[in-house]
Write a protein that binds this ligand. Sequence first.
Ligand code: GLN
Length: 423
Amino acid sequence: MSLNAFITETDIEGDGDGVLDGKTVAVKDNISTEGVPTTCGSRMLEDYEPPYDATVVERLTDAGATIVGKANMDEFGMGTTTETSYFGPTKNPVDEDHVPGGSSGGSAAAVAGGEADLALGSDTGGSVRAPAAFCGVVGIKPTYGLVSRYGLVAYANSLEQIGPIAPTVEEAAELLDVIAGPDENDGTTRAEGADSDYAGAAEGDVDGLTVGVPRELLDGADERVVDRFEAALDDLRAQGAETVDVELPSCEYAVAAYYVIAMSEASSNLARFDGVRYGNSGGFDGNWNETFAESRSEGFGDEVKRRVLLGTYALSAGYHDKYYKQAQEARAWVKQDFDEVFEDVDVVASPTMPVLPPELGESLDDPVQMYLADANTTPVNLANLPAISVPAGEADGLPVGLQLVGPKFGEETIVNAAAAVEA
Ligand code: GLN
């Protein structure tokens, strides 16, 4: 397939009858499917077939969906462009010279390119919202605890959620209705969402809604993106919303804090891929250290190695206080900033991504530049809040996404507001 949106094509048919009857769904390849390869975009798991389905996969098939493929992704979710995949990059269907965003790039490209009606991605620091924005579709990162992570291969547990990607706000909300709600196999899930009707909330009635605008998130953003963002705000005001400037001073530290925490958790989560417990083996030399080193050197790509090394460093004795502990303090500050802002506003708006989709091949040489593109998405994960990315037009033929963040379990509010932007 020309977009390279799928690592494995599948034909897993649901039981029919449910709200997703007749719908095709792409599932990110870090979400477990029983007996079907789940590679996480890594050579390490090229041959791995999970013995069970993720809870979200069960819920999809129970609702009648057909899973048409395991979607391409940055290796273990580590990236913003889908170029770190061992299986090659995915192309952006809007303009194939550009990246689709990441790490759930295959999921968003499949939906935008018409290869699936709907998709699931995972969002640790923006991986549902970034590709949704770059491909001109809708993506939702749910409140931490709304959707079960059982069967999601962990990158950074404390930050991530599985989320829907769809052509419209209502369809994304409907998919969220299907996957949301408590799961006895994931102790971090909450009772919220059990009887949800997010699709019903997609009314676009923003009369009297207060939209907070943290101007500091516009600093350094591409002017073409800022223009589209301002136009979307005009549009919301024309429909009766009020916009007010708010301050989130902690967000200056969000990218740094996010990467320290994400890499630290990753260094621990990825320890199980040693060629013995999980993953392809580089061969046994009679020495565990050499065996593990060989398997991991061969199985992991450069970005994953960089993060495991940096994360191990950040957690090591003597440096723990300097990096990990400071990052946790910054995280607490980000949460507090949002708490204060939500005393005065209903939603917080920003561009989803500060840049337009880069050209293929442009990003890998400069990882720090790539990390900085996550400036507006990572604060949301640090604070465990819900957010949606909704298309806000195009600049130079490339999609721009608007991000709306809500208070905890405020999915209905952001879905409603996003429907107004869409209209
Ligand atoms: N781009 C971010 C990272 O590389 C977010 C990825 C994600 O949400 N999985 O960590």
